[in-house]
Design a protein around this ligand. Structure first.
Ligand code: ADP
Ligand code: ZN
Length: 737
């Protein structure tokens, strides 16, 4: 039996003392238990009985006294891992308070590694023995491929079957043959040490200055936040890797958050090149064995650098000195289900508690971050030029009012000529359209009926490659009907509007010789497959790329010299308060893919409204002007970042009940008004039904500095909600659908 954390100091609670425990399941309240033999430490992870089950919990403090001493149940077991530190507990509590999330849910986020509670024998792992199977069936080959793809740490048996897409019988068969070995209670291999001095890169003068400032911020050892604003290709990654090096040199840990898993594959290579070894990884594509290893090594302080998705923010770092949020403006940092939190904001919160430095990196920061830098709350560093000889692309608009494409087409003559020239010169072009599938709308020309989803208040989107209509809300699919489901007319169903698949069809007709690749999240089979496709394209494996917003993220395409934006107006429609900001960020990011190597790039933006402030700012490159105007408009409207919002969504299977609750909430707005907040609604949500549940919205707005959370808590608690209706409150909402 190994003891990783022998209790050197006396325990905080003596055996038999009542202690309050937060459980990772069950109700949102502290429960009292009796400290076990050997006592218990604050923050210790424990296993406690809850009804008939045993659940994971954390020792939170002295008993609350709400359970008679003779009724107290015993803590079952103290887990063999480091107790959560005071800073971690404070972070969980304050994040719970800020986002109105139960502490129970926060603890769950912080313990999302398997086998923390299970005794070692309960988590066998399968590994390759090195023996070859007697026959290599396709299913068996997929099992072997899973090892190649996810590394050799081993898999839990169920997990291996799932990731390989085979039945458990296939896995059992391979085990019986001795191809797979079952290891009980495997030890976690240690992470290789990162050498901060391994291979520093010579930096440009601008990079060197920024890196020195970040090193100083990390070296100061306290909390700070710095906006690292640098145009795409300016070398921000190299700069913040120097901040990582400083954290490592000081013996502290560093966390780099990335908006997309596919990017982490490239990032891992860069870390290895810089520090001589790979860091710990934490995201949904990581196997259970690797999760457990990472969690424990982070808690023990052995994993010094973690690269991950937003949830990595809830890892139990022992001494966190730096958090980098790359592409900090990216919408994927907001978790939209379960605990509704924005990882960028929570990173700042966590760093302020831990005494860590934060680097928010972006070419197009969020208005929130820009405003914080303006107000002097964040420091700001600028990298205005691309690294090396690369130059920013030349931007021009294609005015669709003067220069429209033919009926039923989406590529205007000007863009068509430009693409043709690049292809003839052997260069690569990219067409960007933020719409998956073939066509957003399938309509009957006889009666006008539009095919909708049965479970959602949403139209179905044609995906021609899959020969199905797909609901982008719930994922339901239907065959493409030949007769109208409403008027039964045959052969009158028509696709309306473009998606990337349809655009690819148009491009294939225009440039029959070109190799065309579509990049769309629904066509990739996972992060590694997506990365492989991107690498192939980057290596010159396609002449013309047609992509959705996936291409806006930081992937490098060195041969790409022309970006065509098919519909710049798409994101400007609708009432989202961030419509202009998001359009500006997205199109600037997409355009930034062009001309990242020696050959200069260009971007052509198709629009019906070239005079729109967001489009004008994209064309002129006047970022500061855009942010100032946008900031002034938001300040006038009293919306974020100059006012506070909370989105309230009431959902239920029963429409009348759902509305009753929403109306009761509206009538009970007293506590909100008392805090200086206004409440609007209820109103049907823009998507008024998803997966059969009706959705009604309210919106609360308050001046900055108003005690909005406390008011919302009191308000929500004052209205009884039946079990089949749910009220979810989203602080600082990003989406309003
Ligand atoms: P950003 O994150 O700002 O878009 P990157 O850090 O990805 O920029 O850098 C853009 C390109 O320039 C990459 O190919 C990177 O390898 C290269 N690069 C940046 N800085 C350096 C440097 N100091 N030395 C060599 N190459 C660099
Ligand atoms: Zn649906």
């Amino acid at each position: 039996m190994e003891h990783l954390n022998p209790p050197l100091e006396p325990p905080d609670f003596a055996p038999g003392d009542p202690v309050a425990v937060v459980t990772a399941e069950g109700l949102d309240r502290l429960l009292d238990y009796r400290a076990p033999e050997g006592g218990a430490r604050l923050g210790a992870l424990v296993e406690v009985p809850l009804g008939p089950r045993r659940v994971l919990g954390m020792v939170w403090g002295p008993g609350t006294g709400d359970c008679a001493p003779d009724k107290l149940r015993d803590i079952g077991r103290v887990l063999d891992c480091a107790p959560m530190r005071p800073a971690m507990r404070a972070f969980l509590a304050r994040a719970a308070d800020y986002t109105l999330t139960p502490l129970t849910v926060m603890l769950r986020l912080a313990t999302r590694a398997p086998g923390l509670g299970a005794p070692p024998a309960a988590r066998p792992l399968l590994r390759l023995s090195g023996a070859a199977p007697d026959r290599l069936t396709p299913a068996r080959a997929r099992v072997l491929a899973a090892f190649a793809e996810f590394g050799n740490l081993g898999f839990a048996p169920q997990e291996l079957a799932r990731l390989a897409g085979v039945s458990t019988a296939v896995v059992k068969g391979l085990e019986a043959q001795g191809v797979l070995l079952r290891e009980v209670a495997p030890r976690d291999p240690p992470y290789p040490a990162l050498d901060q001095a391994a291979a520093p890169r010579p930096l440009s003068p601008a990079q060197g200055e920024a890196a020195a400032a970040l090193r100083a911020a990390v070296g100061a050892g306290g909390y700070s936040t710095t906006l690292l604003k640098g145009v795409t290709g300016s070398g921000k990654t190299e700069v913040y890797l120097e901040a990582v090096a400083e954290a490592l040199a000081r013996g502290r840990q560093a966390l780099v958050l990335l908006p997309e898993i596919a990017l982490s594959v490239e990032f891992l290579d860069r870390v290895e090149a810089r520090f001589g070894a790979r860091p710990a990884e934490w995201h949904s594509g990581v196997t259970q064995a690797a999760r457990r290893r990472a969690w424990r090594a982070v808690a023990a302080g052995e994993a010094r650098l973690v690269v991950g998705a937003r949830s990595a923010l809830f890892l139990p770092f022992r001494d966190l000195g730096l958090i980098v949020v790359d592409e900090e403006h990216d919408g994927s940092y907001k978790q939209e289900d379960g605990a509704l939190y924005n990882a960028r904001d929570m990173a700042v919160l966590r760093a302020s508690i831990e005494g860590a430095a934060v680097v928010l990196a972006s070419a197009t920061p969020s208005l929130e971050t820009w405003a914080n830098a303006e107000a002097g709350k964040y420091a700001r560093l600028d990298l205005p030029e691309r690294f090396g000889v690369a130059e920013l692309p030349a931007m021009a608009a294609v005015d669709l009012r003067l220069d429209p494409p033919e009926q039923g087409r989406w590529i205007a003559p000007t863009l068509e000529r430009a693409v043709g020239e690049r292809l003839a010169a052997g260069e690569q072009a990219l067409l960007f359209l933020n719409r998956r599938g073939y066509a957003p709308l399938t309509i009957c020309r006889a009666c006008g009926h539009q095919v909708g989803c049965d479970q959602c208040d949403a139209r179905m989107v044609e995906h021609r490659f899959r020969h199905r209509l797909v609901c982008h809300q719930c994922g339901a699919t239907k065959p493409i009907p030949s007769a109208c489901p409403s008027c039964k007319a045959e052969g009158r169903m028509t696709a309306l509007g473009p998606g990337v698949e349809r655009l690819a069809e148009e491009a294939a007709a225009l440039w029959p010789g070109a190799r065309i690749a579509i990049l769309s999240s629904d066509l990739a089979e996972g992060p590694r497959a997506l990365k492989a496709r991107i690498d192939e394209i980057a290596g010159g494996g396609a002449d013309l790329v047609i992509g959705t917003q996936i291409v806006s993220k930081g992937h490098n395409f060195p041969h790409l010299t022309l970006v065509g934006v098919i519909d710049a107006d798409l994101g400007l429609q609708g009432g989202d308060l961030r419509a202009a900001e998001k359009t500006f960020q997205l199109i600037r990011q997409v355009a930034g893919r062009a001309g990242r190597a020696e050959r200069p790039g260009a971007a052509l933006i198709q629009t019906h409204q070239p005079e729109h402030p967001a489009i004008r700012a994209i064309l002129t490159g006047d970022d500061e002007g855009f942010w100032r105007a946008e900031a002034a408009a938001r300040a006038r409207a009293g919306v974020p970042p100059y006012g506070r919002l909370a989105g309230i969504v009431v959902t239920g299977a029963d429409e009348a009940r759902t509305w009753e609750v929403a109306r009761a909430l509206a009538r009970a707005a007293g506590p909100l008004h008392a805090a200086g907040a206004e409440l609007w609604g209820p109103a049907p949500a823009p998507i008024a039904r998803i997966r059969g549940r009706h959705r009604v919205r309210l919106l609360a707005r308050a001046p900055k500095g108003a005690p909005l959370q406390a008011a919302l808590r009191a308000w929500a608690a004052s209205v009884p909600v039946p079990g089949n209706v749910r009220v979810s409150i989203d602080i600082d909402p990003q989406s309003f659908f």
